[in-house]
Design a protein around this ligand. Structure first.
Ligand code: ADP
Ligand code: MG
Length: 156
């Protein structure tokens, strides 16, 4: 198997629980870093959406976690991990409109149930691994070469 292209940049962003006012900081920084590396605007846009939604979900629904940004020559990877509660039904949370957001979050405009669907739509590869009671890991990959964009036939 050919080796993965070497890592150009790796950053870790801790995401504390409940800090809704803080949430959004990692995605702003991810967009800034990618722009600074000369990533295509479309890649910056998609990574920003994926990161923001994953970040909000860690803040809203978990005991906290972190985001790891890995930039390689040909791809941007975003890894989200948290300390629980985990996701029992992964197919269900992928459905547009499904949300368990509390009323206070809905009043702030969250809870449309489109976060995970939009993360999946804006990624070329998207995987959710979860263990109830332990936590969740989400891996999103966005390819950087124009030839690879939309390789899965998805609209960005
Ligand atoms: N990291 C997570 N851990 C546990 N549950 C999660 C996590 N992320 C999302 N969820 C669950 O999936 C649902 C759907 O998430 P999402 O599509 O982002 O919509 P929304 O945040 O608007 O509810 C959430 O309401 C929540 O119940
Ligand atoms: Mg969400």
């Amino acid at each position: 198997m050919p080796a993965e292209p070497s890592i150009l940049l790796r950053r870790v962003f801790p995401v504390p629980p409940d800090a809704i006012e803080e949430a959004g900081k990692a995605s702003t920084e991810v967009r800034r870093l990618l722009r600074g590396m000369g990533a295509e605007p479309e890649v910056v846009r998609r990574a920003g959406i994926v990161c923001f939604e994953g970040e909000m979900n860690i803040a809203l629904y978990t005991k906290g976690g972190r985001i790891v940004l890995v930039v390689r020559e040909d791809r941007v990877e975003l890894l989200f991990s948290d300390r629980g509660p985990g996701i029992a039904d992964i197919d269900l949370v992928k459905q547009p409109g499904y949300s368990t957001a509390p009323d206070w979050a809905r009043e702030l405009g969250f809870g449309a149930g489109m976060g995970i669907p939009n993360m999946e739509k804006n990624s070329d590869e998207f995987h959710i691994f979860s263990r109830v009671g332990q936590g969740t890991v989400i891996r999103a990959t966005i390819y950087r070469r124009r030839d690879d964009l939309g390789r899965s036939g998805k609209e960005a």
